[in-house]
Write a protein that binds this ligand. Structure first.
Ligand code: NAD
Length: 480
């Protein structure tokens, strides 16, 4: 059985206490590797290594940092098939999705920030003819990067790449549920010749290794992606220590469909935005709001297409939906189906565990569920389920659509479908979410600000926002 190792000070090593946790293959429901159960000591060693590496990494000419990171991106590209298969086995997601989305995006993240840094300039402000102000942006020091299980290497690199490009050194912790591709990535860092201590990867449980990263006094910035409840705990520890904090958290995203939309595009994309990655993407539209005159035909066709999605072995190229991440998560999803029934919702399709045959017979597979008849204020419509479950609700007016869209504590993303661009702009301006897609979904330009409002997040990632986060601005005013 593969024993995953920490990557500290340029070398692979087991946890100092020798303790490991089981890592499951969700499609089989079986343990297939062991992940370090690291603790305070391992985090302390990683921070020491990162602090020792900081003085030389932070002043390395930016072209050299950029070349080193681009070499890493090339190695990720080279290992596309190996990493995609590893990601599929670790998460239960279809291998095709990992090969088309997760791994190419991981390489793109690294390449994007490696080259963006070459163009990251400081500002100067001429104050009348009396003074010149110039602003320097220097790396914050050691950054702590904590990432979730749903898009493991994709979100891991989305954090570490801007930090490293900006000149920070990093202590990172991938999710304990999906440690494999970060482990394989640490082998690539060694192959690429990344100087020791620049990136340190500590595997372990959130409450133990994760908490130790947040608490460490020599880590000056924390970039966290995960659930809102965890984000709250992170903030409780980090805020009184005055650490820089970026929190990317949960969502309950509205997908607003007006009657004048391009029906086929809205329909096929809504199927994707509901069920891609088993609905385990923070940007999935889990509340579909449909203008009343289109409600019935939309629901009928949507249910037909949801039923047609092939659920199967994630390594089978034909599979559209694989397994959900864990038995606990599957039970959480199924409990929300029961809750929806209690709340008088009508389950039009799905919502049951599926038992496959062969090697996947013990896997955590859930049929995509479509629910109607629920009030927008019920728990099913308010709480993040993070699985293949959507509700569909009718609306009569633009104002009502906006009201329903904004009626949760979250504000991550929203999607609007209409051929009336004036309406799209009006609604986009009133929806309280950090990201709005009009007539598309998950169409990403890495230069744009990424993040949520309300309980979905604090701060923005992407483009200059990320490079600004990992640097500290200092203004120097020179009187003329
Ligand atoms: P989670 O909050 O359980 O865990 C996220 C990470 O935090 C893991 O690495 C975990 O080990 C760590 N962690 C847990 N407790 C910790 C603590 N006390 N201190 C420090 N670290 C700790 O989230 P998850 O279940 O892995 O991921 C699913 C959630 O992530 C969903 O809510 C989803 O919406 C959200 N998410 C958000 C975005 C976004 O960009 N906004 C992207 C992906 C996922």
């Amino acid at each position: 059985m593969v024993k995953i190792l920490n990557y500290i000070n340029g070398a692979l090593a087991g946890p100092s206490q020798g303790q490991y946790m089981d890592n499951f293959n969700p499609a089989e429901g079986k343990v297939y590797s062991l992940v370090p159960d690291s603790g305070i000591e391992d985090v302390a060693n990683a921070v020491t290594a990162a602090m020792e590496a900081f003085p030389s990494w932070s002043v390395l000419p930016v072209e050299k940092r950029s070349r080193m990171l681009q070499r890493l991106a090339d190695l990720v590209d080279r290992d596309l098939d190996k990493l995609a298969l590893a990601e599929s086995i670790d998460t239960g997601k279809p291998v095709l999705l990992a090969r088309r989305m997760d791994i190419p995006r991981a390489a793109a993240n690294i390449r994007f920030f490696a080259t963006a840094m070459l163009h990251f300039s400081s500002e100067a402000h001429i104050t009348d003819s009396a003074a010149i102000n110039y602003t320097t942006r220097t790396p914050v020091g050691v950054a702590g990067c904590i990432s979730p299980w749903n898009l493991p290497l994709y979100l891991f690199t989305w954090k570490i790449a801007p930090a490293l490009a900006a000149g920070c050194t990093v202590v990172a912790k991938p999710s304990e549920l999906t440690p494999m591709t970060a482990f394989l990535f640490s082998e690539l860092c060694i192959e690429a010749g990344l100087p020791q201590g620049v990136l340190n990867i500590v595997h372990g449980a959130g409450a133990k290794a994760g908490q130790a990263i947040i608490e460490h006094p020599d880590i000056s910035a924390i970039s966290f992606t995960g659930g809102t409840a965890t984000g709250k705990k992170v903030a409780l520890t980090a805020a009184p220590m005055f650490k820089k904090l970026s929190l990317e958290m949960g969502g309950k995203n509205p997908n607003i469909i007006f009657a004048d939309c391009d029906f086929e595009k809205a329909m096929s994309t809504s199927i994707q935005s509901s069920f891609t990655n088993q609905g385990e993407i923070c940007l999935c539209g889990s509340r579909i709001l449909v203008e009343k005159s289109l409600f019935e035909p939309f629901v009928e066709e949507f249910v037909k297409r949801a039923k047609a999605l092939k659920i199967g072995d994630p390594v089978d190229e034909e599979t559209a939906l694989g397994a959900v991440i864990s038995a606990a998560h599957m039970n959480k999803i199924l409990s929300y189906i029961e809750l929806a029934k209690q709340e008088k919702g009508k389950i039009l399709t799905g919502g049951k565990r599926i038992t496959l045959s062969g090697r996947c017979k013990g896997g955590y597979f859930v049929e995509p569920a479509v629910i109607v008849g629920l009030d927008h204020q019920c728990r099913t419509n308010q709480e993040e389920i993070f699985g293949p479950v959507v509700t569909i609700m009718p609306f009569e007016t633009e104002e009502e659509a906006i009201h329903l869209a904004n009626s949760t504590a979250y504000g991550l993303s929203a999607t609007i479908w209409t051929e009336n661009l004036k309406c799209a702009h009006r609604v986009a301006s009133k929806v309280k979410s950090g990201i709005v897609w009009v007539n598309c979904w998950l169409f990403r330009d890495l230069r744009t600000p990424f993040g949520g409002m309300k309980q979905s997040g604090i701060g923005r990632e992407g483009g200059w926002e990320a490079l600004k986060f990992f640097t500290e601005a200092k203004n120097v005013c020179v009187k003329l």
